[in-house]
Ligand binder design. Structure first.
Ligand code: GAL
Length: 660
């Protein structure tokens, strides 16, 4: 029986094989239109992707031509597809949507096939004709469609993929959601009850100006603070650790600070530099915009100051409580709280009815050992349409100083209607005017330029007396926005240093929402570790953007890791740069004052990957001890490289020091 059955079976199998071969041969390719994929899984820096509409919700239109099919995106935009090995071909046209006409949107489109760039468009601005993409996808497993900012900020970067489709044979390619969700996990070790002094190790002040520095220290209270070699003119409150006074003579003093409680004494040196520079380390603080925006009011600001103390953040060096826009009156508004004369009879700016008394408010903030910040614009109106400083710069600087403010964010906005274009000279002009006004007041006011990077502000921000300058448009709590901004900072490192910092915008961890409604940051836990690690490496101002009265344990863990903060506050003042890159795997490093290096191993891909930092790329030689910064522990000695498995969109932050 067997002898008869075998040939029959093999005959049937052969027939089946032949049939399937001819079936495959005959199989027609199917078409997957891009607008038909699950658009809830794509990401972009702003807006929501919808089928056949631009990101602004209009018909897809590029250089006057309207397209029925496609998907509108926005830098940093990402569509990730798993091609299942069945894709044959990809076709699309790309361009900036006409809804961005008259604005400064500019994008670059790229396509990655299995992480290799197979297409890159020129810079596409408004009016650039759509560019065609035509790619063979045979054998490709993963396809990424990317819309990048072309280097001038992400504003109006409305990039369209039109007439875009994949031809495939067999299983349908699928869009891959960015990354699976991970529960928040805490890496920062528990705070010790023993005293420990944290925060800045160097502090600058101008001669004759009020001095205030709070010794940041963790450990159980009561705690007693003392200082050896405190220059004459300063006094230290032994209970609070707040140092105040005035120093009239230029020069440097190294003070030995001590914090003592029932469990011991901590000692740390603080260098006080009396001179022309302030902000010798990047400012650490909070700003009202990313949580409250228009909904900011006096109670919320007071509550933020209270929360900075109550949460213990102040003990890690966090200092500024900054009000952003919307504290002034609003011309033309019918809201009784915002209506009112813009200025008094002497031309001094008025506050709106959400606030009662700015001096009382800053006194309150100062009484807690914190500093106060405010916002204005060089134009007639702020970005949100409130009264601003144009032609009242001297008066405003005087008023801010009289009120007791320590920080001013000066936001270009309606100055666009005054300036004659965006040449470097025009970009500098209003900031020079305010610099001169600030120089006339007898108070140190940190000068924060906000003009989104226009005229390559990093190249001249220091020269015109800025202490920090925004290098980008506004951040939001999405991976594409945060990572797009953060990883674009390479090349700016040479412009940062003590007293002058690049500012890639405020933090988006915790409860944010641009008020009044708040929501937990849409960044995953790993993305939030990336955010804080990268901003620390970049020596960026760290301005918390969340409602600090409602911080969960995870958010506090992100903001209270002293070793991470130390990287940001390192007295050398170096900004990290990109040292090696393998697709989405990037190694960033910066030199630290003690001769070691802080190194971030970042994984921008959507799956777990091994990231390697080689001594070669880092400019190191010999054995190095790797120290895990978030976990605050050594990880061993390594001969010529360090590798780590890094979660999707995550980071491994280490320091490397020469082994003994
Ligand atoms: C934007 C600025 C934001 C915020 C806002 C206030 O121009 O980038 O950070 O200050 O104005 O209206």
């Amino acid at each position: 029986m067997t002898t008869i059955r075998l040939p029959r079976i093999s005959f049937i199998l052969m027939l089946a094989a032949l049939c399937s071969i001819s079936l495959v041969k005959a199989q027609k390719a199917d078409t997957l239109w891009l607008q038909k994929i699950d658009l809830s899984k794509v990401t972009q820096g702003w807006g929501t992707a919808q089928p056949n509409l631009s990101i602004g919700g209009n018909a897809l239109t590029i250089a006057g031509q309207t397209f029925k099919n496609g998907v509108g995106s926005h830098s940093e935009g990402l569509i990730n597809l798993d091609l299942k090995g069945t894709a044959q071909h990809f076709q699309a046209m790309v361009g900036l949507d006409d809804e961005a006409a008259g604005h400064k949107g500019s994008v670059v489109f790229s396509v990655l096939a299995d992480r290799k760039e197979v297409f890159r468009s020129p810079v596409m601005v408004s009016g650039t004709k759509a560019v065609k993409i035509d790619l063979n996808l045979k054998g490709v497993q993963k396809l990424a469609l990317v819309v990048e900012d072309a280097g001038d900020g992400t504003d109006w970067d409305h990039g369209d993929w039109v007439n875009a489709f994949i031809l495939y044979k067999g299983v349908k390619p699928q869009v891959v959601g960015v990354i699976p969700s991970v529960k928040p996990y805490i890496l920062t070790p528990l705070e010790s009850p023993k005293p420990k002094i944290n925060g800045a190790k160097v502090f600058g002040v101008r001669p004759g100006h009020p001095f205030m520095f709070t010794v940041a220290a963790t450990g159980t209270r009561p705690m007693t603070f003392t200082a050896e070699n405190l220059p004459q003119g300063l006094t230290l409150d032994s209970k609070t650790g707040i140092i105040t006074g005035v120093l009239n003579d230029k020069g440097e003093t190294v003070v030995t600070l001590k914090a003592k409680n029932s469990l011991g004494t901590a000692t740390r040196k603080l260098k006080i530099v009396v001179g022309d520079k302030i902000a010798l380390t990047p400012p650490l603080g909070w700003n009202s915009w990313n949580c409250f925006a228009n909904a900011v009011d006096q109670d919320k600001v007071k509550a933020a100051a209270d929360a900075m103390v109550k949460s213990g953040l102040i003990n890690h060096g966090w200092t500024y409580i900054n009000m952003d826009d919307c504290w002034e009156t609003k011309p033309g508004s019918t809201d009784p709280k915002l209506m009112g004369e813009p200025r008094d009879a002497n031309g001094m700016i008025n506050i709106n009815k959400k606030f009662t008394d700015m001096k009382v408010l800053t006194d309150y903030i100062h009484s807690k050992g914190l500093k106060a910040g405010l916002y204005s614009s060089p134009g007639p109106l702020t970005c949100a349409g409130f009264t601003a400083s144009y032609q009242f710069e001297d008066k405003d600087a005087q008023q801010w100083a009289k009120w007791g403010f320590d920080y001013i964010k000066y936001d270009w906005c309606s100055y666009g209607t005054i300036s004659k274009g965006e040449t470097v000279a025009e970009c500098k002009k209003p900031y020079i005017v305010l610099r001169n006004a600030l120089d006339k007041v007898d108070r140190d006011i940190l000068f924060s330029l906000c003009q989104y990077g226009m005229g390559n502000v990093w190249e001249w921000g220091e020269e015109i007396g800025g202490n920090c300058w925004r290098t980008t448009g506004d951040i939001t709590d999405s991976w594409s926005s945060m990572s797009g901004i953060g990883f674009k900072q390479n090349g700016h490192e040479k412009y940062a240093g003590p007293g002058h910092w690049n500012d890639p915008d405020m933090l988006v961890v915790g409860l944010v929402g641009w008020g009044p409604q708040l929501h937990p940051s849409r960044l995953t836990p790993d993305e939030q570790y990336t955010h804080i690690s990268l901003w620390s490496l970049l020596a960026s101002p760290l301005l918390i953007g969340c409602d600090m009265t409602q911080m969960d344990a995870f958010t506090k863990n992100l903001l209270t890791n002293d070793e991470v903060i130390d990287i940001n506050q390192d007295p050398l003042g170096k900004q990290a740069s990109l040292v090696s890159k393998d697709g989405g795997l990037e190694v960033w490093a910066k030199d630290l004052e003690d001769g070691s290096k802080a190194v971030g191993l970042f994984n921008r891909n959507t799956t777990k990957e091994t990231v390697k930092a080689t001594w070669n790329a880092l400019g190191l030689a010999g054995k190095q001890v790797a120290h895990d910064v978030w976990r605050q522990k050594d990880q061993g000695t390594f001969a010529d490289s360090f590798s780590a498995v890094v979660p999707a969109h995550g980071v491994k932050l280490i320091t490397l020091r020469k082994a003994k």
